[in-house]
Design a protein around this ligand. Sequence first.
Ligand code: ZN
Length: 323
Amino acid sequence: MADVVAVDLGGTNIRAARIDQRGKIVARDKAATLAEEGMAAVVKRMGALVQRVRGPETKSIGVGTPGTPDPVTGSMKSRAVNIPDSQGYPLCPELTRVTELPAGADNDGNLAALGEYWTGAGAGEAIVLIFTLGTGIGGGCVIDGHVYHGASNLGTEFGHVSIDFNGRPCPCGCVGCVEQYASAIAVGKDARAALEAGGAEAKNSLLLKLCGGDPAKADAKLVCDAARDGDAFACKLLDRGCDCLAAGVGSLMNAFNPSCVILAGGMALAGEVVLGRVRASLAKNRAYAPINKDCKLVQAQLGDDAGLIGAGLLAFQKAGIRV
Ligand SMILES: [Zn+2]
C-alpha cells in the first residue's frame, strides 16, 4: 500500500509521520526546530527527518506550517513562526531536491480542518468548517475534500468575523471580531474583569473559590469547570462567551450551509458545557433554522495529530493518489 510522509513545522519541534492510505499513522519521529539557525538549516533537518520516517512505498510529502505557504508553488508567502528568513523561502522545492519526493504545503490550521475531515469528527462530510478556540480563534474550511483558500490564500479567518458593529478593537484592524469575545483568552479576560468588579455573586462564586480567591488566576478552563458544577456566576460568563461564539458560527453557517461544524482547541476540550451552549444559542436565534437543522456541531477528535493527518491527505492529493 502506498504511503506518504506528513510534516508539522512548529516553533519548538518538527514532527513527522508516515501515514497510510487509510489515514493511519504507521511511524513517527521528531526533531528540534532550532528556528534561530534559519530556514535553510530547518529544511535540512526536516529533510533528514523525512528520510528517517519514510518507507519503500512513500510517494510524497505534505507539510503544515504556520503563516501562509503558497499552495501551488510551496514557497512561504509570509514568515513562519520565529524563523527569521522564512518569508519567500522555496520550502517545497528544497524539500523535493533533498528527498526526491513531490511535496505540498499548507497552513497548519487549514490542514487541521483537512485532517478532521479525513479521519476525525468531520469524516465523510461534504462541507466542514472548523473553529479552533485558543489564543485567538483559528478557522478552516474543507469543501468536497479540498481546503478552501480564497483568492490570495488569506481566506477562512473565522476569528475575525465581526459580531459587533461598534465592538471591541482587534489587532487585525477591525472592530467586534468574534475572537475578542469568545476565544479562550477573551473568556478568561472577561472572567477576571467580572471577578474584580466584585458584588455578592462574584464573592460567593465557585469560580473565585477555584481561583483560590485570586481573580487574577481566572481563565477559560476554570470558567468551564465552575460552570460544569453549576456555578451561576460562571454559567453567566460562559453563556455570554458561547452566545458570542454562536453569533460568529451562525453567520458562517448561513454563508456556507455546512454539513458539519467542528470546535477544536483547548476550550472545545471542555466538551458539552461549551458545545451544548453553542448549540442552544444557534437554535434559539443565531443561525437560519433550516441550515442549523442540517448541520451537526461536534468536538474535534484528532487533537495534536489533526494537522499531521491533514498533511497526509494533502500529500496523497499532491501525488494524485485517491484515498
Ligand atoms: Zn480581528
